[in-house]
Write a protein that binds this ligand. Structure first.
Ligand code: BES
Ligand code: MN
Ligand code: MN
Length: 456
């Protein structure tokens, strides 16, 4: 432990400088304008893996953005950990709400502000530095493989193929990921599950052209009004989702499991205050923790149509659109849910409009076993580093590729995230606390030590 702390202490400034350099790349996978930046980020990550001591480092091309691979095999008899992370980030907009530019990382009150600071550059880079630490202090106790992708934020379209084609290269005993949150630094936690996702886009088409709202309004269906009515009908008065079949097979937790889940410290008043809301909202009969952890949900991510420019224009728009996503829990199949959504949305459309529905990406939910050697290794590492046992929690977010690792490689994942829900992931002013960054670098080598020992 002291060796770890000393190494971090001596290299603190450089560890931060390197993360800042990584954060300066605008690696926005969703926007083709940033293609070169995304590619340059992959090169940077590869270079850093090499410097840290990885062998076989390769920027593996795909049909989309490359996957950076590197490994250190010290003994083929020893267990192997596969570290997964992503170097791509979400678009920073609305850019005007950032206090400092998203790609000029800024240190304020012990927090690093930048797009990707927490999701996931700050978090995967902890693994690169923890690996360097173990190499430099001669304490790497097992084999390690890195797979850092550049398309997580857009659905990991090409990762599946890469994994399928690289079974041998990716062979490992466990996948280790830091891309989730903890409750707080005072209450460390370990996520035991991720929700799945089904992402849809809908279009409601009314008349064949935009119309004068005085001449035609009241006589022709307004697609924006119809779209709002249709969307509103997707939840009933108890905020249950009304799509027929949506809840079929949803895994039901036992009373004991629900009780345990709700024992996690959660301050509802602080939650509301942080978000600036007077009250929370959600499915009747479930707590906030349950609503975001074990229950499926449906959200409108964006909605548009008609005139949105300055001033006023009296118009009955020809069409209106929305992007709608559903978070899924064990028992729900994202392809089936996408089909159910499409069928239902088309069915509830009045004759006065035409509706089209397309499915974007999706992914399966995931639940981690808590009795595995790897989970115990993570649990004990956190306990040692934080001086407190981690609380098991269910995360609300999705990392769709995790279920695929199990399918393709037959291995489980441990979600050892060090972010906070309040880190503004996907929002303006994303941040990562310097404390969390170094705490992560300190905890990771303990995971390896425990994992190697418990695997014996
Ligand atoms: N790191 C997040 C997922 C996450 C965040 C899990 C916080 C748990 C807690 C990841 O980068 C992400 O944003 N995933 C997307 C899905 C993806 C297909 C775009 C998500 O959850 O919306
Ligand atoms: Mn992420
Ligand atoms: Mn993300």
């Amino acid at each position: 432990m002291q060796v770890i702390k000393n190494y971090i202490e001596q290299n603190k400034a450089r560890f931060l400088d390197e993360l800042f350099a990584l954060l300066r790349f605008p690696s926005i996978s969703a926007d083709p304008k940033y293609k070169d930046d995304v590619l340059n980020t992959a090169e940077f990550v590869a270079e850093k893996l090499k410097e840290a001591g990885a062998d076989q480092v390769e920027v593996c091309t795909t049909d989309g953005y490359p996957i950076v691979y590197g490994e250190k095999i010290i003994d083929s008899q020893l267990p192997t950990v596969l570290v997964y992370g992503h170097y791509d980030v979400q678009p920073p907009d609305p850019i005007e709400l950032w206090h400092t530019p998203p790609f000029e990382p800024t240190l304020r009150d012990g927090k690093i502000y930048a797009r990707g600071a927490c999701d996931d550059k700050g978090q995967f880079y902890m693994h690169v530095k923890a690996f360097e630490l173990m190499m430099q202090t001669g304490s790497l106790p097992c084999n390690i493989k890195f797979m850092i992708e550049g398309e997580e934020e857009v659905g990991s379209d090409n990762l599946g193929k890469f994994v399928a084609q690289n079974h041998e290269r990716l062979k490992a005993d466990v996948v280790l990921i830091s891309d989730t949150s903890m409750l707080s630094m005072e209450t460390p936690s370990l996520e035991t599950g991720l929700r799945g996702l089904a992402y849809m886009e809908v279009e409601v088409q009314g008349p064949n052209r935009d119309l004068h709202s005085g001449v035609y309004g009241g006589a022709v269906a307004n697609p924006a009004t119809i779209l709002c009515q249709m969307i509103a009908s997707l939840h009933d008065e108890n905020n249950h989702i009304t799509i027929p079949g949506f809840y079929d097979n949803v895994a039901v937790l036992s009373d004991a499991e629900r009780k345990a889940l709700n024992e996690a410290p959660f301050d509802l008043e602080a939650y509301k205050e942080d978000l600036g809301i007077e009250d929370v909202w959600g499915e009747a009969g479930y707590s906030t923790i349950e609503r975001t952890g074990i229950r499926p949900t449906l959200e409108v991510n964006g909605i548009w149509g008609g005139y949105t420019g300055p001033g006023a224009k009296t118009v009955l728009p020809a069409k209106a659109n929305a992007k709608i996503s559903m978070r899924l829990v064990p028992g729900q199949d994202w392809q089936r849910i996408s089909d159910l959504f499409k069928a239902h949305f088309e069915k509830i459309a009045p004759k006065s409009v035409k509706v089209s529905v397309v499915a974007h990406h999706g992914g399966a939910p995931y639940v981690t076993p808590v009795d595995s050697v790897a989970f115990k290794a993570a649990h004990n590492a956190i306990e040692e580093a934080f001086g407190k046992e981690p609380v098991p929690t269910r995360g609300g977010g999705s990392i769709p590729i995790v279920a695929l690792f199990e399918e393709e490689l037959g291995i489980k994942t441990v979600l050892m995230g060090f972010g906070l829900d309040s880190d503004n992931l996907h929002s303006p002013n994303e941040k990562y606390d310097v404390f969390n960054y170094f705490k992560g670098i300190e905890t990771i080598p303990l995971f390896y030590k425990n994992f190697a020992e418990l695997s014996k």
